[in-house]
Every structure is written in structure tokens, then in C-alpha cells.
Design a protein. Structure first.
Lengths: 347, 282
């Protein structure tokens, strides 16, 4: 037990150290995002004045309001100060502070991404294991074919084809827009994750409706990332299954599932965790495409709408948010790494 | 290439006919890209509303879109733009990345650390999100899709070239070249880079498929390419409006074109890797 506590302490210390070392990168991300958005073409002040014929004075007033009249280094300092206080500016299209908008919409995006990651993991890991158990068999070739094709189909195409099959042809999927039916009553918002909120409210019908809305977008996002996950599981299981301790475990007559799951998979899981981190970054990007296809009310579709109407504060906020989420995910991956392989923490 | 390498390549291709098929596919794509406008049976831009939204038939093998334009002709003509975006983006990041990476790996020190930090910052963004923000910042034009795709690829090339040069910088033949009076620039360009390029070629082929998907994704969300220009991503975006009413051909055929193009480049990349580096063979 004491050993467990010590290991936990080491893991936490490692996470803390890792977090500190990611701070310079976060600062770099802030500066880069600021510079990127500063070179935006067109003058946002002109855009948000009452129209193309707005007077010079009116534009000057807006420019002052937005702080665009100050020198760039001072603007950067002001920007860093604002971000530090959680102020990401105001969206010109919704009229709300960007932080408020992002907070309201982030759960929708995260629920979609986590559901997709769950689907991807529970299908990719068994597929990879099955393929590795019988290399060269029909299953193995099938998995490899699926992997080769999976990375070639764009997320937005598979999403649309899923809509065609399950909504238009079979009629089993609901209208592919949004998280819930417009006439449905929402549960009291506790976590923002609809599936959890419906469960907490004890509303099984609502849960089922939300689940039916979620499944197609999550599936189309998952399809794209099953391939790299299954491929790495297969490769790393092949190595693990060929090692001496597996032969020993088999020779002493342990049940095969115990050999495969407890010994082989446990030792093969490290590369899978690493790839999961990379895959998560892909999924944050794919969110933009999937949210557009399914009119999902998440942060990506919010940023996209803002981007297409040259409203740059939400885009800036979104890019920052995604980079921060990615930094956190990398941190979690690192901690999981330490838990899965205690040797990592010693070195 | 020596004859031994060619023989080796021939041996690999016989054992792996998929690579030969993929190579043929890439050549076919290039030909369609070059001669597309002359092969296409119909004009890709002129609309013919009386024929709008007709499903695949003998006259229009991939059907027609909401303006009655032949989907098959638009797919053929779009090949050039899609390939051009991907090839130029990957070409830019390859050229820049190889040179920057090689210089950093050779020089080391402060420059190396500064570039390393910059690469870390780029890698901290989800790449598609970064590309999207860059197109927004630089302006919503096709050239900027190329630039954005090139920049998000840059870190991989820089890291790769840097690592490869770094392990070779203190080898005997590098010192020999220096001793013979070659300048640092000449050592990097004439001796180190040529050693790194073959391995980077594999990266390029695998990258091309990815760049095609990336560019198509950007134009799907309304960045870069503008209608009525035929482009695979934007064709899917236009077809998306009709998918819930069952007009599958507007999405399926551009999707198929994207998939086949990416598949060819990926398989070719795997094949080239097998030829160049037998240890990586799968």
C-alpha cells in the first residue's frame, strides 16, 4: 500500500514537472495565435462599423474600443493580461463574451470527441489483437485492408454517407442536425454532457434520443482513427506475443485469455497510449468537419461561423482552447504512460 | 540508382504487386491532371438546369449536380487543382524543411534551440485547426491553402532532416570534406543533404495523401476554393445539401476520387519505403 502511495506521488510529481515544462510552449502558442490574428486581412474596425459607408470618426471610435490604435507590443501585453484574466474578447456576431460562448459550447464538442474516442478504442484494440493472434489469416488481412482504406476516406465523406445509409435509406437514424430534437425538453444542465445529464435526471427516453443523435457523428469521427489505433495494436501485440514471457506463460498452462489479456496486452499497450495522444489531436481537427456535417452546436462550428464572417476573437479563442486541450491531453497521456509502465517513472 | 538497386526494386515489386498498381494509379492521376480539360466529356462549369440532379445514367455516368453539370467531368477537371495544391504544399515544406533542418542539425547551438522551440509551438496545435486559422489570417484564397498546408507539415520535415544530419555531422567523410577546404554551406548542401533525401522521399509520398485530405477538408468548410471551380472537397460540400434527400452520387463520387488518390499515394509511399529501407518492411 505504501508502495502504491509512493508510486502515486512519483506519478504526480512527474505530471507536475511535465506541466511546468509545457508552460513555455503554451506561452509560445499565445504569442503565435496573437500574431496570426493580427495579420488578418481587412480592418475589423471597418467591418464592424455600421456598414461600408460608415464615417471615419465612427471607425476610429470602434478602433479605439478594440484597442487597435495602440502599438503591437502593447497590444500583445494587453492580450496576455486579458487571457490571464479569462477574457478572450467579445464575439461580434453573438454579442457575447467569447469565454461565455466557448464554455456553453465546449461540452458538446468534448462529448462528441470522447464518444468517438471510446468507439475507436473499443473497436480498434480488439481488432488489432485478433489480427495479431492469427497473422496471415483472413481476419488479419481484413483488418489490414480496413486500416488501409480507413485512413483514405475523409471524415466528412464518411459522415455524409452514414447519413445517407442510416437516415435516408434505412430510416433508423434521427434527423442529422444538432444534439437533441428541437422539441425535446433538456435535462437540468449539471455537466453539459447530455448523456450524463439525462442519466442524472433519470430521463431514459431523453437519454436514448440524445444517444441516437450522437452515434452517427461519433462513428464518422471514429472511423478515421480506428486505422492507426488498430495498426499499432497489431504491431505491438505481435512483438509482445513473440516474447519469452508469453512462451513461459503458455508452457505453464495458463488459460489463453489470461495470457493474451493480462500478459501480452498489458505489455503491448504503451505504443497504443502514445498513438492515442496523437489521434486525439487529429480528432480535435476532425471536429470542425464533423460538426459542420451534422450541424453540431460545438466550439468548432462556432469558430467556423465566426471565421467565415471575419469575426476574429472567437477564432482566436477557439485556436487557443484547442491548443490548451491538446496540451492537457498530452499531460494525461504522459501520466497514463507512467501508470501503464512503472519503469518509466524511475528513469 | 545502380543496377543492383533497380534489381532490388524489381524484386520488391514482384513480391508486392500492390506497389506497382499504386504507381500506375499515381501515373494515371497525373495524366488525368494534365489532360483533364480535354478528356472530360462535358463542360465542367456550364449549367444545364433541365438535367439537374439526375442519377447516374449512360449519358452521365456519375450523375449531374443541382445545376445539371456532369459530375464525372467535374471530377476529371478537378484532379489538376487537387493534385497541384497537394504537390506544391508538400514540395514547399520538403524544400524548406530539409534546408532548415539540415542547417539546424549541422550548426546546433542557439539557432537549433530557437527553431526547436518554434517547432514545438507549431506541434502544440491540432494541425487542421492551425491550418484553418492560418487560411483565415492570410486570406481566403487557394494560394493560402497551399501555404497553410505547407506550414503545418514543416515541423515533421525539419525534425527529420535535423535528426538525420545531426547523427552524421561528426562522421569521417564530413570532416574530410571540411579538411579539403569545403565551406560549411557546401558541406551541408553537397554532402549531408543528398544523404538525407532518399528517406525524406518516403515521407513525401505518404504526406501527399494527407495533404490532399487536408486541402479537401479546408475547401469543404468553405475556405480557399470558390464555386463554381471544380474541386473534390467543394463538390462534396455542395452535394452535402442533397444527401438527406438521397442524392448520394454528389457525395459518393468525389469521395471515391479522394479516397483512391490518397490510397495510391499511401501505398506507393509504403512501397518506396520497402525498397529503400528493408528493415522497415511490414
Amino acid at each position: 500500500m505504501a508502495g502504491g502511495m509512493a508510486a502515486f506521488g512519483v506519478t504526480m510529481a512527474r505530471a507536475g514537472k511535465r506541466f511546468l515544462s509545457s508552460l513555455p510552449v503554451l506561452l509560445g502558442v499565445l504569442v503565435f495565435t496573437f500574431l496570426l490574428m493580427r495579420v488578418l486581412p481587412g480592418d475589423p474596425a471597418v467591418f464592424f462599423a455600421s456598414g461600408p459607408n460608415a464615417g471615419k470618426e465612427e471607425i476610429e471610435v470602434i478602433r479605439k474600443q478594440m484597442g487597435l490604435d495602440k502599438p503591437v507590443p502593447e497590444q500583445l501585453m494587453l492580450y496576455l493580461y486579458d487571457v490571464g484574466r479569462g477574457n478572450l474578447g467579445r464575439s461580434m456576431t453573438t454579442g457575447q463574451p467569447v469565454t461565455t460562448d466557448l464554455r456553453a459550447r465546449l461540452p458538446a464538442s468534448l462529448e462528441l470527441t470522447f464518444a468517438a474516442l471510446l468507439i475507436a478504442l473499443v473497436s480498434a484494440v480488439p481488432l488489432g489483437v485478433l489480427a495479431a493472434l492469427r497473422p496471415g489469416s483472413i481476419i488479419d488481412h481484413g483488418v489490414r485492408l480496413f486500416c488501409a482504406l480507413g485512413v483514405c476516406v475523409p471524415t466528412f465523406v464518411s459522415g455524409l454517407l452514414l447519413i445517407y445509409v442510416f437516415y435516408y435509406l434505412l430510416g433508423v437514424a434521427p434527423d442529422p442536425t444538432g444534439r437533441v430534437d428541437i422539441f425535446a425538453s433538456l435535462p437540468p444542465s449539471r455537466t453539459g454532457f447530455l448523456l450524463i445529464d439525462f442519466l442524472l435526471a433519470g430521463d431514459i427516453d431523453g437519454w436514448w434520443a440524445a444517444f441516437r443523435q450522437l452515434i452517427l457523428p461519433a462513428l464518422s469521427m471514429a472511423l478515421f482513427v480506428i486505422a492507426p489505433l488498430a495498426r499499432i495494436t497489431r504491431a505491438s501485440m505481435l512483438v509482445s506475443l513473440g516474447s519469452d514471457f508469453i512462451r513461459t506463460a503458455r508452457s505453464v498452462g495458463l488459460p489463453w485469455w489470461r495470457v493474451v489479456v493480462t500478459y501480452a496486452l498489458r505489455n503491448a499497450i504503451l505504443p497504443v497510449i502514445t498513438i492515442t495522444g496523437i489521434v486525439f489531436s487529429t480528432m480535435l481537427g476532425a471536429n470542425v468537419l464533423v460538426e459542420k456535417v451534422f450541424s453540431w452546436p460545438g466550439v468548432a462550428s462556432y469558430a467556423l461561423d465566426a471565421l467565415l464572417s471575419s469575426d476574429y476573437a472567437p477564432v482566436q479563442g477557439f485556436v487557443l482552447l484547442m491548443a490548451s486541450v491538446f496540451v492537457i491531453v498530452n499531460l494525461v497521456v504522459d501520466v497514463l504512460y507512467g501508470i501503464a509502465d512503472p519503469r518509466v517513472t524511475v528513469g | 540508382m545502380t543496377s543492383a538497386t533497380l534489381r532490388h526494386a524489381g524484386w520488391i515489386l514482384r513480391g508486392n504487386p500492390l506497389t506497382a498498381v499504386a504507381a500506375a494509379g499515381v501515373v494515371l492521376l497525373a495524366l488525368v491532371g494534365i489532360f483533364g480539360p480535354w478528356i472530360a466529356p462535358y463542360d465542367p462549369i456550364v449549367s444545364n438546369v433541365s438535367q439537374a440532379l439526375s442519377p447516374p445514367s449512360a449519358a452521365h455516368i456519375a450523375g449531374t449536380d443541382q445545376l445539371g453539370r456532369d459530375v464525372f467531368s467535374r471530377l476529371i477537371v478537378a484532379t489538376r487543382l487537387d493534385l497541384a495544391i497537394a504537390v506544391s504544399a508538400v514540395g514547399i515544406s520538403f524544400a524548406l524543411g530539409a534546408v532548415i533542418g539540415a542547417i539546424c542539425g549541422y550548426a546546433g547551438g542557439r539557432l537549433d534551440r530557437a527553431v526547436g522551440r518554434f517547432v514545438d509551438v507549431l506541434m502544440a496545435f491540432p494541425l487542421f485547426v492551425l491550418a484553418m486559422a492560418m487560411v483565415a489570417a492570410l486570406g481566403n484564397r487557394v494560394e493560402n491553402i497551399v501555404i497553410a498546408t505547407a506550414i503545418i507539415n514543416l515541423p515533421f520535415y525539419i525534425r527529420f532532416a535535423r535528426a538525420e544530419v545531426n547523427v552524421r555531422r561528426n562522421l569521417g567523410w564530413v570532416e574530410a570534406a571540411r579538411a579539403c577546404g569545403d565551406s560549411h554551406i557546401s558541406v551541408v548542401l553537397r554532402f549531408l543533404l543528398p544523404n538525407v533525401l532518399p528517406a525524406m522521399a518516403v515521407q513525401m509520398s505518404l504526406n501527399l495523401g494527407w495533404a490532399i485530405l487536408n486541402a479537401a477538408g479546408l475547401s469543404f468548410i468553405g475556405l480557399g476554393v470558390k464555386p463554381p471551380t471544380p474541386e473534390w472537397g467543394i463538390m462534396v460540400a455542395e452535394g452535402a445539401r442533397f444527401i438527406s434527400t438521397g442524392k448520394w452520387w454528389l457525395v459518393a463520387f468525389p469521395g471515391l476520387a479522394l479516397m483512391l488518390a490518397v490510397l495510391c499515394f499511401n501505398l506507393l509511399g509504403d512501397g518506396i519505403r520497402d525498397i529503400l529501407d528493408p528493415r522497415m518492411r511490414t
